[in-house]
Design a protein around this ligand. Sequence first.
Ligand SMILES: [Zn+2]
Length: 266
Amino acid sequence: MDAVILNESKSCIKCGYDLKGLNTSGNCPECGTPVERSLRGDLLRFADDQYRDALFRGVTFIMAGIVVSLVLMIIGLLAGALMGRSPGIMLVINCLGLVGTALGLYGYYHYSTPDPGQLGSNKGESPRRILRVAIWVSAVCSVVAIPLQFAFGASANANSGAPNEAALAAGLLSLLVGLASTVAWIVQFFAAMLYTKWLAPRFPSERILKRASLLMWLGPVLFVFGCGIGGLIALIMYYNMFSWMRKALIAIRAGEDHSDDVALST
Ligand SMILES: [Zn+2]
């Protein structure tokens, strides 16, 4: 393109610096990225490598978190059936469950990395910020819940069933932490879906957009009324959506055309 002076606000894709007033043939004064690279549009193909890598890490760990959580849930159910639901066993199972939770939260954290080239008043920014807050609340709740459960179990055991004040306090706190955690997960889900809806046209992918829109309402319905199996179906649909993103990101990185809308199978 002909070199001209940029007369409107445009963020540098690498550092977010406002390039207004600069020559389009020049470089960003903050990070040295060619101005021309920041003018190519919103597609992820043209986004900064570090941002795309963060997205890739994010979806990969979200998927790993889902798989690990499912495996641990099955192990937990088996252990509970074989060895009884004693507080000790439940504590071990819940501690193991933290691994899946931690993988997922690490994934969502990277998935919600700010894109320096998309800062400002875009539609993805609010859900992205809300997602980040919900991730922190979830993380704190998950960590705090374990010692609370331990305290509750220990004091309940010491009194052989007769509740004392310490056990009641620990029980009440566990309940509150559980409630906060549940709210955080719900907020996290909707924020993640809204953010995905914003991200989908940047791949660009029609099926990711449609899946995120579908899960916005179908996900909660299946979880609440699905008698367990519905929740599992929703989880698989959710997992597939992230696997599509992962495939598309790999294709973008390799410089391939990822016409995912042709192959609608998983
Ligand atoms: Zn820059």
